[in-house]
Design a protein. Structure first.
Length: 264
């Protein structure tokens, strides 16, 4: 009999996110339920301070949930060890890079860390995976450059290549388009879309580029002050979800063009 396969990579049930302190819990968002499918590009959007980074940090087990359940590849995240997690999930955060002295190849090779021995010796197979990651992101020509010699756009591609070298089913990026110009914002998100198609990996990213995310994502998670909704962009538009993102005194969402415009 054929083995049953699931297309779910990350499942979130009745999740509440926030911060615990001695004075009590600070709730940021609750009643969060969604299931992300393999091979998809998923954009997480919402206003400043709504809780996107808090949600991402909870999903990647950097901060504990207040309540609820999280499943990565059908396994409860609570019982997934750090090493197991590193083989299933890679992360690209916005913090400035502390190791800019490394060459591009060396930085991308850090992605192999969960698989190498304790001195980090690369096998031929590791090197092949690193070179493939460089090719997929189109930065092979940069491989011997030092990271401090790179522009923000180039550095972002290097960080994406490092995540690809980690060879995980799920890649999570927190605001991969911040600091980039309009062209490079579109370039990076289009690159992420291409990578989902070419590698079958699932890529979840947070962004303020809502218009671009609507055009490029298979699925979007939208955080408003009342709810967290997950659906295809066209469904979210027809449900009027984007209208609830911001106060209407300055910008409104135009359903026909699928983008925001400034009110006259
Ligand atoms: N360590 C912390 N302790 C308590 N509250 C925090 C902590 N970090 C963030 N917050 C609060 O959590 C809320 C959500 O912040 P978060 O950074 O997740 O939002 P965001 O949607 O990612 O914002 P932005 O788009 O501006 O980056 C904010 O009100 C913030 O002040």
């Amino acid at each position: 009999m054929a083995k049953e396969t699931s297309h779910s990579i990350l499942k979130v049930e009745e999740l509440s996110i926030g911060y615990k302190s001695k004075k009590g819990d600070t709730l940021i968002a609750s009643d969060i339920n969604f299931e992300l499918q393999k091979g998809q590009l998923i954009g997480l959007v919402g206003a400043n301070g709504i809780g996107k980074s808090t949600l991402l940090r909870t999903l990647i087990k950097v901060q504990p949930e207040l309540s609820g359940r999280l499943f990565l590849n059908q396994k409860d995240l609570k019982s997934t060890s750090i090493l197991e997690l590193a083989k299933q999930l890679s992360i690209v955060l916005t913090e400035p890079l502390s190791s800019k002295n490394l060459s591009v190849f060396e930085l991308v090779s850090l992605g192999r860390h969960p698989y190498t021995n304790w001195i980090g010796r690369l096998t031929e197979a590791d090197s092949a995976i690193i070179n493939k990651a460089l090719t997929l992101v189109n930065i092979t020509a940069l491989k011997d450059k030092k990271c401090y010699e790179l522009s923000d756009g180039q550095l972002q591609k290097v960080m994406i290549a490092r995540a690809l070298a980690q060879d995980t089913d799920l890649i999570v990026l927190d605001e991969p388009t911040s600091h980039l110009d309009m062209y490079h914002k579109a370039y990076i998100l289009k690159l992420l879309q291409k990578l989902t198609k070419e590698t079958g990996k699932t890529i979840l990213f947070s962004s303020h580029e809502i218009d671009l995310a609507i055009q490029l994502c298979d699925t979007m998670i939208v955080m408003t002050k009342d709810q967290v909704v997950c659906n295809q962009p066209c469904q979210l538009i027809s449900e009027g979800i984007f209208n609830a993102l911001f106060p209407k005194d300055l910008i409104v969402f135009d359903e026909k063009t699928g983008s925001f415009r400034v009110t006259k």
